[in-house]
Design a protein around this ligand. Structure first.
Ligand SMILES: Nc1ncnc2c1ncn2[C@@H]1O[C@H](COP(=O)(O)OP(=O)(O)O)[C@@H](O)[C@H]1O
Ligand SMILES: [Mg+2]
Length: 407
């Protein structure tokens, strides 16, 4: 059900179902139906995102998982066991909780904020603080912040403290409610990258709430789109959401450029590169002439280290006197095989010649690709995606891989 691997992009393994939300309804005392017969199988050791407009029941759903809110109908099973059969304290201890603005204790230092749960569990002060310092490093916080108070940290730093605090007692599950919504876009991107890295390293099961579809697509192994009234509109891996929105509501929510965004799930590995039209800056006249092909009206000039310098029309190049300052910019190159077709297309669109420049991990030019070649690769990836979709219908989930955005 939740397989699919686009190209040879990054993949993450999905193990099994950890949290089963089974036909759950929440009706608040005033009659508001916040969640309506919701069923979701949340896979182990991956990130499941709940996304939808404000008021659609995301927070209510999250809080039902750790029983801060009790369902009116239906059941939530953790590892196959009804959550009501577990003492609420031990249930909550197995689930770190992170909220917007971090929710830190203002009168406690950073290190003591992070040590809160270990201390509640009876750890000695020294052991709890040692653990807290270890976590500060894990979430990318400088050790010098340990003795500061929350107000002495930026919003993004406080949010890192919130994540460290939630991880302190090493719970298998993290529940995160719009944790990054209040920080600016650049900081948010850093926090998102950090969360992906932490998840990869620690293999936590993360349920992540956001109203931001881009955040959902970036972070989610699986994404549940909820609509107002707490009803499930679609539950799918992000690439599938972008290619096959279940209905008009999901399509609208995804926004106008979902086709382009979907290209981030296709690897550039299959893209055909031309190596012919590349000349080194110290080339002889003969070497330059030999590189001119009918297919490419330009030559890409590279430095002695192999890195691209810029484009030129062949006639404008004089052997021994190539002036790097007069070359046309090559835009931003993409890393062949590692970056996505979206990155490759972006390079071609930004390039004044219309050709994208591919480089290896060291930044040396490995080839060039035309917009037409990228279009071919996109068609190929779409066809492969459709084929995979058909095969997926017959498969079952355990132990499969899920495709992640390449870049
Ligand atoms: N304690 C409550 N009592 C009554 N209605 C509530 C309560 N909490 C939330 N709601 C309502 O339930 C719906 C879902 O709320 P919530 O789960 O907070 O949505 P979201 O997190 O998606 O914005 C909203 O209409 C909200 O007003
Ligand atoms: Mg909410």
């Amino acid at each position: 059900m939740w397989s699919s691997a686009g190209g040879n992009g990054q993949t993450r393994r999905v193990f099994g179902v950890l949290i089963r939300i089974d036909s759950v309804t929440k009706r608040y005392p005033d009659g508001t139906v916040a969640v309506d017969r919701l069923s979701l199988d949340i896979p182990d050791r991956s990130i499941t995102v709940l996304v939808g407009p404000s008021g659609c029941g995301k927070t209510t759903t999250l809080r039902m998982i750790n029983r801060m809110v009790e369902p009116t109908e239906g059941a939530i099973l953790i590892d196959g066991v009804d959550s009501r059969q577990q003492p609420v304290n031990s249930l909550r201890r197995s689930m770190g909780y992170v909220i917007q603005n971090a929710g830190l204790f203002q009168h406690r230092t950073i290190v003591d904020n992070i040590a809160t749960v270990p201390r509640l569990l009876g750890w000695s002060k020294d052991r709890a603080r040692a653990r807290a310092r270890e976590l500060m490093e894990r979430v990318g916080l400088d050790a010098s912040f340990a003795k500061r108070y929350p107000y002495q940290l930026s919003g993004g730093q406080q949010q890192r403290v919130g994540v460290a605090r939630a991880l302190a007692a090493d719970p298998p599950v993290l529940l995160m409610d719009e944790p990054f919504s209040a920080v600016d876009p650049v900081v948010r991107k850093g926090l998102q990258d950090e969360l992906l890295r932490i998840q990869e390293e620690l293999g936590k099961t993360i349920v992540f709430v956001t109203h931001d579809i881009d955040e959902a697509v970036k972070l989610g192994t699986m994404v549940a789109v909820l609509r107002t009234g707490g009803r499930l509109a679609q539950f799918a891996p992000p690439a599938e959401l972008l290619s096959e929105p279940a209905d008009e509501f999901v399509e609208d929510f995804l926004g106008a450029d979902r086709g382009i965004r979907r290209l981030s799930f296709f690897s550039s590995a299959e893209l055909e590169l031309l190596t012919a039209p590349i000349v080194a800056v110290d080339s002889t006249a003969e070497q330059i002439t030999a590189k001119v092909t009918a297919d490419v009206p330009y030559l890409l000039v590279t430095g002695l280290d192999g890195r691209p310098l810029g484009w030129s029309e062949p006639d404008a190049l004089t052997a021994g006197q190539i002036d790097a300052g007069r070359l046309l910019s090559y835009g931003r190159p993409f890393v062949a095989g590692q970056d996505s077709l979206r990155a490759a297309l972006d390079c071609a669109v930004l390039s004044p010649t219309g050709w994208a420049v591919a480089v290896d991990a060291e930044g040396r030019a490995t080839g060039v690709a035309s917009q037409a070649a990228i279009a071919d690769a996109i068609r190929g990836a779409h066809a492969a995606g459709r084929q995979e979709g058909r095969e997926r219908q017959e498969e079952q989930p355990a132990g499969e891989t899920v495709s992640k955005a390449v870049r």
